[in-house]
Design a protein around this ligand. Structure first.
Ligand code: FMN
Length: 281
């Protein structure tokens, strides 16, 4: 019996360890069909997908995406871009005018389109026995990636998707319980204690065995250690001790995604967007 979409969704995991086996062209075409078939605001589809398969190109992308080794090791990488260039050029050729790059609403719709499209490819890949992982860090190297992969003005990378046959599928990833995320009719406020309990269901407690804790909270560190930086998790553990990180919230917001760093990155993304002729932010 064919696997249900629900079952595919529930068994999907981000995969960061890939076999060298190439993805068959027939399967690549299916992923691309699934991506193109996705919902799109106004069905305008202002996106482009760059296939990146040459090892030297994957190496370059891996380095630009802050040295994530799995980007180089996955046999296929799909770079999902907002493309106001093609859409505007077509509109102009047909005697219309489209300035998506000047309108925040068009930008937000195009950004959402990218993820509808990419997630269709993810689920299709999962159902075909392939593994995937999103690479959001392409945002941090937008200008360099545009230049490396020949993206014209008004075309910007939003996310990359690594695709390949999994060598290993992580088991420990947990999600929030429904009670934390779903409200009935109106927003239902939770007390700090209730929230701590709900988040603890997801992350568990930080124990002396930091590696075990990373299976739920920081798979990237485990893969980084295995694939390119021996001793990485011990280094992270030492940093956690130095910064007095004692739980998942502190790991996330004191160490991995502190507000100041996120703000700086956002400012640099706005600058890159403007350099690309996207001026709505
Ligand atoms: C927008 C977005 C950006 C992401 N960027 C990265 C990334 O740069 N590197 C990476 O290894 N994983 C990345 N991920 C994968 C997440 O780390 C992963 O989805 C999360 O840890 C939950 O694991 P799961 O996908 O197995 O449920 C990204 C996911 C999303 C949705």
């Amino acid at each position: 019996m064919a696997e249900s979409v629900y079952d595919v969704i529930m068994r999907r995991r981000s995969v960061r360890s890939f076999l060298d086996t190439p993805v068959e062209e027939e399967k690549v075409q299916q992923l691309l069909d699934a991506a193109i078939q996705a919902p799109s605001g106004g069905n305008i589809q202002p996106i482009s997908i760059i296939r990146i398969e040459k090892p030297e190109s994957r190496d370059k992308l891996a380095k630009l995406a802050v040295n994530q080794p799995w980007v180089a090791k996955a046999p296929l990488c799909l770079l999902f871009c907002i493309d106001f260039h093609r859409t505007g050029k077509w509109a102009q050729a047909e005697g219309a005018s489209y300035g998506g790059e000047k309108a925040l609403m068009s930008f937000l719709l195009a950004y959402a389109d990218v993820f509808c499209s990419a997630e269709n490819a993810v689920l299709c890949a999962t159902s075909l026995g392939l593994g995937t992982v999103y690479i959001g860090m392409v945002l941090a190297a937008m200008t360099e990636i545009r230049s490396e992969f020949g993206l014209p003005d008004k075309v910007v990378p939003v996310v990359a998707l690594c695709v390949g046959y999994p060598k290993k599928i992580p088991a420990g990833i947990t999600k929030l319980p429904k009670a934390a995320m779903v409200h009935s009719e109106r927003y239902e406020e939770k007390s700090p204690e209730e929230l701590k309990q709900l988040y603890r269901e997801k992350y568990g407690d930080l124990t002396a065995d930091v590696k075990k804790y990373f299976e739920r909270t920081y798979q990237e560190a485990l893969e980084m250690e295995e694939q390119s930086r021996p001793g990485f998790t011990d280094k992270v553990a030492r940093l956690m001790a130095r910064m007095e990180v004692g739980n998942a919230a502190q790991l996330l917001f004191k160490m991995r995604y502190p507000d100041e760093a996120m703000k700086r990155m956002g400012e640099s993304i706005i600058k890159s967007l403007r350099e690309a002729g996207i001026e709505c932010l």
